[in-house]
Design a protein around this ligand. Structure first.
Ligand code: ATP
Ligand code: MG
Length: 151
């Protein structure tokens, strides 16, 4: 999934002069493939979009004993500390993105949060202005998505 996304984004990466580095382990967990794709797409899209020319994005996928971890780190503009909680709200956009005229609807991270919850996972964000942002998503390995449980 990650390789597909990076390949798909190649023209944007060239245009923005951003390099994506991937460190991936083979992982297995039960989840909705389309949703996981959407989640990864949104996180990588943000990491590229809010980056700087010559910037980097580090994507890592790791298998822990009971969890699968996806981390997307960028060397971009960062998110002001007082705005960090709000970025998961629908339609919320930090002024850093509006003032720089970067397009977006403010929906991506609210969708990501929804997908994480659907899979009983957790999401955390660390960010420093002018330094970059790291988002870590953690999925319980054995736990299936809500929809699978319901079935
Ligand atoms: P959309 O994803 O719907 O096209 P968007 O990127 O503005 O639009 P979100 O992905 O929900 O919306 O992100 C919300 C806001 O959080 C962004 O507008 C931006 O201000 C901030 N943000 C998200 N990811 C990053 C990041 N990696 N670096 C800096 N700011 C970010
Ligand atoms: Mg987005």
């Amino acid at each position: 999934i990650i390789n597909d996304i990076v390949e798909f984004m190649e023209p944007v990466l060239q245009e923005k002069e951003v390099t994506v580095h991937c460190t991936m382990e083979d992982v297995s967990f039960i989840g909705d493939m389309g949703m996981i794709r959407e989640l990864a797409m949104n996180l990588i899209d943000n990491a590229v979009k809010y980056n700087r020319p010559g910037g980097h994005v580090y994507v890592s996928v790791r298998q822990e004993e009971q969890h699968v971890n996806l981390t997307v780190r960028d060397t971009g503009v960062g998110i002001p500390e007082d705005k960090q909680k709000r970025v998961f709200e629908r339609f919320y956009r930090a002024d850093t993105s509006r003032s720089q005229k970067i397009n977006g609807s403010g929906l991506g991270l609210s969708i990501v949060k929804h997908i994480v919850e659907h899979h009983h996972g957790t999401i955390s964000l660390q960010s420093k202005m002018q330094d970059g942002t790291t988002i870590t998503v953690r999925f319980p390995k054995g736990s299936s998505s809500n929809s699978l449980v319901e079935k």
